[in-house]
Design a protein around this ligand. Structure first.
Ligand code: FES
Length: 171
């Protein structure tokens, strides 16, 4: 019986485990280096694929809220007025504003500073966060005053047939 410690007598080869785990230091280093390169190559490949999947997945999630949801009649939202709604889920408060120019815009109502609810300030024609006096413009939802540094996520709206629909939440 060959225990693997001696070369195989019939084929004159050493046991397979001795090739994988050689006792001699030179051979051991050689295998370790080769295995390390293989490990790093496969590891890098795995990380690249994982990053790609994560990036693609998060992009899909960001763009995933594309269900069309009826908000109500267009006439209910007067010029320089606002209305609250929830989109894409009941846990996502949003605010729609019809600007003085008659343009319809909507954003998440959750302030990007510390998550207080923003409200429409008719006098300033901007979105105002009363917690720390944060302020966002109506055109892009970008912060224009106070501590917020990130814009409010935009909600795409569509008006058709006298009704307003939410169609997509942007990142
Ligand atoms: S939570 Fe809105 S400004 Fe701080």
């Amino acid at each position: 019986m060959n225990t693997g410690t001696e070369p195989c007598t019939s084929c004159k080869k050493s046991a397979k485990w001795r090739d994988d785990f050689p006792v001699e230091w030179e051979g051991d280093n050689y295998v370790t280096r080769r295995e390390m390169v293989k490990f790093l190559t496969l590891g890098s490949l795995f990380l690249a694929v994982a990053n790609w999947i994560t990036a693609f997945g998060s992009r899909s999630l960001r763009r995933g809220s594309q269900n069309r949801q009826l908000l109500g009649p267009s006439d209910d939202l007067k010029v320089n007025g606002s209305a609250l709604f929830r989109y894409p889920t009941e846990k996502d408060p949003c605010i729609a504003v019809r600007t003085v120019e008659g343009k319809l815009v909507a954003y998440s109502q959750v302030c990007t500073h510390l998550s207080c609810a923003v409200v429409y300030d008719k006098a300033e024609q901007s979105l105002f966060c009363p917690c720390h006096n944060g302020r966002f413009n109506l055109e892009q939802g970008t912060p224009i005053a106070g501590p917020p540094t990130r814009p409010l996520p935009r909600i795409r709206l569509e008006e058709s047939g006298g009704q307003i629909y939410a169609t997509e939440r942007e990142a």
